[in-house]
Design a protein around this ligand. Structure first.
Ligand SMILES: CC(C)(COP(=O)(O)OP(=O)(O)OC[C@H]1O[C@@H](n2cnc3c(N)ncnc32)[C@H](O)[C@@H]1OP(=O)(O)O)[C@@H](O)C(=O)NCCC(=O)NCCS
Length: 138
């Protein structure tokens, strides 16, 4: 079967199941809902018509932050996370963003290096994970 990949803007609540399954399966479902979700722009990656990956974008002026990038476990390391990342980079450029940043899980740092993000000195520990703030200037 041919592989069909489509990325489109989705309603905030559509992100919650994948966020929960992939990122915080041991936490209560409601913990993956963000206070700002309804102020964000959310994108879904559909693999053969099945919602397989999500990411959420928030901004304050020209400075954008992405949060909760997640690809279903069984579909990781196939290039799908990269597709979503490239999509939001293009989106930010179209919006004339000056910067894109994220709270990166330290174990995903290498993934972000591939797209030109660099790590800052800001690190923290939350919900069992080490994080580092990573940023990319346009
Ligand atoms: C991190 C994540 C979004 C990457 O998406 P993906 O579809 O698996 O990644 P891709 O297949 O597009 O790219 C993988 C590439 O990044 C590299 N990589 C480095 N660290 C990685 C990591 N922790 N997970 C996946 N890939 C990683 C791989 O080696 C690969 O490099 P290559 O293309 O040179 O071979 C996905 O694995 C995921 O959802 N992980 C769990 C949730 C998570 O950690 N989210 C990020 C929170 S900051």
């Amino acid at each position: 079967m041919e592989t069909l990949i489509q990325i489109e803007q989705i309603f905030p609540s559509l992100t919650w199941r994948i966020r929960h399954e992939v990122m915080y399966p041991d936490m209560p479902f409601d913990s993956v809902k963000l206070k700002d979700d309804f102020d964000g722009v959310h994108f879904g990656l559909y693999l053969n018509h099945k919602l397989t990956g999500v990411v959420s974008l928030f901004h304050q002026g020209d400075v954008y932050q992405f949060r909760k990038l997640a690809i279903l476990n069984e579909a990781q390391k196939m290039g799908l996370g990269s597709k979503l990342m490239e999509y939001i980079l293009d989106f930010c450029k179209i919006q004339k963003a000056t910067e894109l940043w994220c709270n990166a899980r330290v174990n995903a740092k290498e993934f972000y290096f591939k797209f030109g993000f660099h790590e800052t000195k800001d690190t923290f520990f939350k919900d069992g994970y080490d994080f580092v703030i990573m940023e990319l200037k346009f």
